[in-house]
Design a protein around this ligand. Structure first.
Ligand code: HEC
Length: 155
């Protein structure tokens, strides 16, 4: 009887990969975000947000979406830094993980890993730091010169 070597080698491969997975740290009770923020983690969070959240909360987080209007959702404006001021990262994590009320769906384990939800929390807070209502630029000077020469038509 032939024993395929494939089985053995894949078992070794699994053993080699196992130690790489991060230890499952318990969620802190302090409300601090245990996940280190990196460009890659925020890139991932942004993608997750646009896939799973933006249809209701809006790409900017202001909650002014057609779907929110249609569903009569009562959404807060996250571009306002005051919105999350009284909430810890842990509060936000719980809301995202478990959902809220009967219209905010839970982002459960099948959709996002723990560290991805923590990264989402960080991402949500960055939405407030860059308010969409940036001050309008000063009016363009009235005496701006007209374009010197118009493109020549072929004559
Ligand atoms: C189907 C629409 C919908 C989707 C999709 C959705 N939400 Fe919500 N979300 C809501 C509604 C409605 C509320 C308000 C619930 C309430 O207060 O009863 C809410 C509330 C929240 C709050 C609390 C806001 C506050 O000011 O307390 C957070 C945080 C939040 N959502 C994050 C997310 C994230 C992150 C995602 C994507 C993973 C997401 N939501 C996807 C509808 C949605």
């Amino acid at each position: 009887m032939l024993k395929p070597f494939l089985f053995v080698s894949s078992a070794i491969l699994l053993l080699a990969i196992a130690p790489l997975s991060a230890p499952a740290g318990a969620a802190p009770q302090t409300g601090a975000n245990p996940v280190k923020t990196t460009a890659a983690s925020q890139e991932k969070a942004k993608k997750l947000f646009s896939q799973d959240c933006a249809m209701c909360h809006g790409a900017t987080g202001d909650g002014k979406t057609d779907l929110a209007k249609d569903m009569k959702l009562d959404l807060t404006d996250w571009t306002d830094p005051k919105t999350f001021a009284g909430k810890s990262d842990h509060d936000l994590y719980d809301i995202i993980r478990k959902g809220k009320g009967d219209k905010m769906p839970a982002e459960d384990a099948s959709r996002a890993k723990d560290d991805e939800v923590w990264s989402l929390v960080t991402y949500l807070r960055t939405l407030a730091k860059t308010p969409s209502a940036a001050p309008a630029p000063a009016a363009a000077p009235a005496d701006a010169p007209a374009p010197a020469d118009a493109p020549k038509a072929n004559n």
